[in-house]
Design a protein around this ligand. Structure first.
Ligand code: AMP
Length: 281
């Protein structure tokens, strides 16, 4: 496995693969890797001849006062995990390499970024799109793998790729959960034991909502109210938002008849956790 930190070296590795007609799958991450990241890697491996994993805690997607400085970092461990997965390249650029002095270009997928997490994290998706676009230009993959846990991010990246003709196939991977339902997240490391119990309210509320749909419910209010009530029952959890939205436009929907996504964000102690489920009538 090669460790590449410079943009020039990354580009030249990629050019070499293109010359040899070897396809590339990119898995963008912020490190602090867990099992879900490794599943994304395996998905990439299935699709392409070469797998590149980027590890970059992107300052542009953190607002002032968010957890950029505190975000867990453990590069030595990440590197071992990726080596064991047979990854070809770890791309680990510095902030200065990605955003050199004078940097001023950003990408804004305006409407999709204005809903859900975009409301409580202004500028977040602009930072995400900017870094993902840069990674796409530098790594030049044919495939890029994203998790459905960050559902809005996935839809925004798809939109950006279509709008800007990147010609990259975006592959999505289902949400990977602990046995008790908690969606894996690097930010789960922030949770104390009582907080972790409270964090189960996210997946529990989505399960209850899915059960409603199985019992024939299609109206918006019962889904929203179920999530609100379940989060309210967890003393340490504070609901940031709950949305029942269209799976692609992310606009709020009044019925789940044509398929919908129920998405929520919850604050528990220092952590802000997200989760979602596809609801089918
Ligand atoms: P992150 O390092 O948290 O920015 O995540 C990198 C990628 O892993 C993103 O595409 C995430 O959606 C994906 N990911 C993180 N956690 C999960 C999970 N529990 N299930 C599926 N994908 C995930």
């Amino acid at each position: 496995m090669r460790l590449i930190t410079s943009i020039r070296a990354m580009r030249s590795w990629s050019e070499d693969q293109w010359r040899r007609k070897k396809s590339i799958a990119l898995v963008p991450t912020m490190g602090a890797l867990h099992e879900a990241h490794l599943r994304l890697v395996r998905e990439g491996r299935k699709r392409a001849d070469r797998v590149v994993v980027s590890i970059f805690v992107n300052p542009a997607q953190f607002a002032p006062g968010e957890d950029f400085a505190a975000y867990p970092r453990n590069f030595a461990r990440d590197r071992k995990l990726l080596e064991a997965e047979g990854v070809d390249v770890v791309f680990h650029p510095s902030v200065a390499a990605m955003y050199p002095e004078g940097y001023q270009t950003h990408i804004d997928v305006a409407r999709l970024s204005s809903y859900l997490c975009g409301l409580s994290r202004p500028g977040h998706f602009r930072g995400v799109c900017t870094v993902v676009a840069k990674l796409f230009h530098v790594v030049r993959p044919q495939f890029a793998v994203f998790g459905r846990k960050d559902y809005q991010q996935l839809q925004i990246v798809r939109r950006m790729v279509a709008d800007l003709d990147f010609g990259i196939k975006i592959v999505s991977h289902p949400i990977v959960r602990e046995r008790d339902g908690l969606a894996l997240s690097s930010r789960n490391a922030y949770l104390g034991s009582e907080e972790r119990k409270a964090a189960l309210s996210l997946s529990r509320s989505l399960k209850m909502a899915a059960a409603l749909a199985r019992n024939g419910e299609t109206r918006r209010a019962p889904f929203i109210e179920t999530v609100q009530a379940e989060i309210a029952r967890a003393p340490l959890a504070r609901l940031d938002y709950v949305s029942l939205c269209h799976p692609v436009s992310l606009e709020e929907v009044e019925t789940v008849r044509d398929g919908a996504v129920l998405a929520l964000a919850v604050r528990i102690g220092k952590a802000r956790l997200i989760d979602n489920a596809v609801i089918r009538a």
